[in-house]
Design a protein around this ligand. Sequence first.
Ligand code: FE2
Length: 470
Amino acid sequence: MRDRIDETIAWRSDNPHLSGNFAPIGREIDRDGLEVISGRIPEELNGAYIRNGPNPRYEPVSYNYPLEGDGMLHAVRFASGKASYHNRYVRTRSFEIEDNAGRGVFGGLMAPRPIEPGLLGPHDDPDNPFKASAFISVMHHGDHLLALGEGEPAWEIGPNLETLGPWTAGTDQPIMLGAHNRVHPATGDMFALSYDIERPTVLIHHIGADGKLRRSFDIALAAPSMIHDFVLTERHIVLLIGPAVFDMEAMMQGQAFLQWRPELGTRIAVMPLDGGTVRWFEADAFFVYHFANGFERGGDIVIDYVQHQKLYLGYGARNTEPPMLRRLVLDTHSGSVRAQTWFDRVAEFPRIDDRLTALASRYVYAPTLTETLVSAHGASGTFNCLMRVDTETGDVVHHDFGNHIAGEAVFIPKGEPANAGFLATYLYDPETETSELVLLDSEGIEDGPVLRLRMPQRVPQGLHGAWVPA
Ligand SMILES: [Fe+2]
């Protein structure tokens, strides 16, 4: 492992997704004995809450949140009633290239540009201008801890958050994975997808509970499409393919590489896990970044997710209709699609108790935004309130953090009772520019945090996290 980085980020940007709590940090540190602000560290917690997020080290040539940045992992480990903190960059090959150059060299997903040949090594592809930086999520599977981006190798992470190298899943070459992968409740096998930005196809991987690749297969699409997440049920994989299309020709003519083409509609693919024929359903155009969960109910497939009216990219492209938490019910006999809204204000980053993936899960946990956040500066991905939605009753309970910025909440199983847990998220105070880790009781969100831990440095606004039992 290379020396740790102890540097200050010197560059500044007015981009709302690079300033405030979105501004990156430069130091990699380790601290034991985190200070308890209030509450008590649960003695029974034994593991780590690890979260990934974009943390561009060098000033980007162009920047489109949430598509770019260097991955940085932040971990809070719990053991014997004590907590410690560590953070590390994900040292992908793209990170190394910029580390060697001492500056940002990649042009970004929307405006890629060739990399100067002198910066490339013998194994780098001179025709690939895209940065692979594993900044989106983190996952534990088959004793492998993985930092994940999208359509790029998964990067295996060691026990001290050191980057070990590209993961091969037991094959002889790095395996390309997306950021969101799901584990089957009966077999423990992982299903993963990797879309292609040049060809109209998406690759599905079936990886055993042992972390070894079982098989991979293609699904043909109408156009090269961005597919950020998918649904796994007990018997199916379901893809919702919104018309977010990669268009190389448009890019050559100076337009954006990623285009929104609503005339294509949103197409829903239902693929049996036993290898049967893919069935397609059509819907009006909408876009989904994230699914909370999906499951079978008789002949229906029930999907809880966040619906965007279209794909908005970059600051200034303001969402006129906020992304909302919804349920979609797909009747696989008639092909009809029904939808309902759980909550009619902004929500994103929905999560469940991951042990219920592909099963009938009752509760969805998601952050939302209220008017008590007065120091917001308009960046998307900014929340200050955490809610639990009961999909049996429609009831919503919440805790409003006031003028503090929260993110995705990760469910940490408690042990007893079986369905109980804590919700973990980092919380940022714009007044003091400091961060906390908070735990809430999943059964009593409205009571506020049961634990507040002071972070030894600011933890920038990130994307997805995971609970990794010790
Ligand atoms: Fe995501």
